[in-house]
Design a protein around this ligand. Structure first.
Ligand SMILES: Nc1ncnc2c1ncn2[C@@H]1O[C@H](COP(=O)(O)OP(=O)(O)O)[C@@H](O)[C@H]1O
Ligand SMILES: Cc1cn([C@H]2C[C@H](O)[C@@H](COP(=O)(O)O)O2)c(=O)[nH]c1=O
Ligand SMILES: [Zn+2]
Length: 194
């Protein structure tokens, strides 16, 4: 087969994929997303990064990890905006995906089917341990799912839950260490607590 430009174009059209990076708060999702996107940039690929406008904890125009690593990002109102803004790139990163609407899985699929590598980072579970927003659907559709763990602040074991420290029952409550701590299964359920 002659490996000409047309073949190359068709191969990249068919080469899209969905990767998910999930886990509890402080598990390193944003750092891992930044690492993958930086490598894509080093490979001279065109990269765009999106986050939900609702998440305004840090800067509006950057993803910033708990460890102060950062990368510029575009805040968007809803998932379909990603389709409009991200069609002409090789790699798309999406952070805090749990806050997006139910269109996000379809948006990821459309982009991946166009040949784009889509990397989605987000909380797999809310503070009650329930699957969070569009995350479980995207995980089911993805080529690869990486589940990260924080360190349980109570015992040092791998933590999969984000334990909420404040008495607020609403699902969405932005915050950090003042409001949440990562805990393992035993410490989350306080199984050995008196
Ligand atoms: N209990 C903890 N377990 C693991 N990392 C922690 C913990 N507390 C603070 N950190 C810091 O959080 C960083 C991960 O931050 P980040 O990538 O923003 O996580 P996430 O996006 O999953 O919330 C770690 O590299 C570490 O410096
Ligand atoms: C568990 C849980 C978390 N949140 C919020 C708290 C933070 O603002 C983000 C998660 O950020 P991170 O990058 O993963 O550390 O989500 C929430 O609103 N509801 C929850 O149940
Ligand atoms: Zn523990």
């Amino acid at each position: 087969m002659i490996f000409n430009e047309e073949v190359f174009r068709r191969r990249s059209e068919l080469g899209g994929s969905i990767e998910v990076v999930c886990g509890s708060m402080f598990s390193g999702k944003t750092e891992e997303l930044i690492r993958r996107l930086n490598r894509a940039r080093i490979a001279r690929l065109k990269v765009e990064i999106f986050s939900p406008k609702a998440d305004t904890r840090f800067a509006e125009d950057a993803l910033i990890s708990h460890n102060a690593n950062s990368i510029p990002s575009t805040p968007v109102e809803n998932a379909s905006s990603i389709l409009l803004l991200g069609s002409d790139v090789h790699v798309i990163g999406i952070d805090e995906a749990q806050f997006f609407d139910d269109e996000l899985p379809d948006v990821c699929n459309i982009l991946a089917n166009k040949g784009i590598r889509v990397i989605v980072a987000g909380l797999d579970m809310d503070f009650k341990g329930r699957p969070f927003g569009p995350m479980p659907t995207i995980m089911a559709m993805a080529e690869s799912v990486t589940k990260l763990h924080a360190v349980c602040v109570r015992c040092g074991n791998p933590a999969l839950y984000s334990y909420r420290l404040v008495p607020d029952e609403s699902r969405v409550l932005l915050g950090e260490k003042e409001s949440y701590e990562p805990r393992c299964r035993i410490c989350y359920h306080e199984i050995f607590a008196q």
